[in-house]
Design a protein around this ligand. Sequence first.
Ligand code: NDP
Length: 344
Amino acid sequence: MARVNIPTFTMNDGNKIPALGYGTWLGMDEKEDAGPSKPFSFEFSAAGMPKMMEALSYAIDIGYRHIDTAHLYRVEPEVGKIIDKKIKDGVVKREDLFVTTKVWHHFHREADVEVSVRGSLRRLNLDYVDLVLMHWPMSISQDGVDEKIDYLETWRGFETVLKKGLAKSIGVSNFNVEQMKRLLANCKVPPSTNQVEVGKELVDYCQANNVLIVAYSPFGTMVPSRSAPNSPEPKLNNPTMVAIGKKYGKSVTQVTLRYLFQRGIVSIPKTVTPSRVVENASIFDFELDKDDMATLAKFDNGFRTVRPFFWQDYQNYPFEKIPDKMEIPESLRIWKNGLNLDID
Ligand code: NDP
């Protein structure tokens, strides 16, 4: 069996985080038959679940130790089952694993953070998570009401969860530079991480302030599932990327993940394909030279693959607004109609 050896980075609280993790967001499918009043809707992708469970199991077998999940993803029970099995089978001990989950928009009142984390722990069947993140800075009820809860209040709930030992580290996700500045200036415990789609200004700011960056959607629009017709280069067949890959005997996706690693950034690529599970983690046996790092940096174009503009009028939406309008998909708002009905 293949084996991968994934190094760690150290966060500002002294805890170590594996530099590459397994992402568990299966995405959403657009449904076009949602009824006469709705031209389309988005539902959680269920089809990939069995494959994901197999791929995650395989990932742990070959040496992955970091798993990225979230209350939102509706997969915590399944992720928990795989972890449980791997521990029972003697493949890993709990302390070998690094499990991240996230608190959703409905749980932004200070006291609700603990409620959310305890729910995640129950679904994951764990006593603690290694890292818990505020998934987004906005606070929105299931009815779509803007609750306008200050993320500084929510953060106090995170500090409590840390104190109670329910999480070993606490962090944020999708915070922009201004929000990071305000949080860092007004917290007792600084966030260990900011999980984002990488962009230079935000990465530079967080790194200068000792906040580790975790890169979600690390392939950007490179991969077919994310490459809308008008999305910018690079794609998997980009000649510059292909040439750099050839030079090191690596694929374009491996070059991408290595580029992030050399910048001190953790990546959490998602794949349900076993060969890619190996490929994505086989990046620690070569080094991109300075010129190639500079060439790759030029592809930083600020394009967002994750742009949930249906939240853009809510307080603390972190990204630039665009002219488009769309209602929040029901499946992202109302909790009990997701893929997994056990999720509360
Ligand atoms: P990724 O950049 O990981 O892309 C996933 C896609 O890339 C899938 O279609 C996968 O296909 C394909 N892929 C994976 N590896 C390869 C490879 N080596 N070669 C070619 N194609 C490949 O995007 P995600 O949006 O899934 O982000 C990763 C993770 O980040 C999520 O799973 C989630 O855990 C987290 N996330 C967090 C967010 C947040 O708000 N905090 C937002 C979005 C994601 P296949 O599976 O078919 O192999």
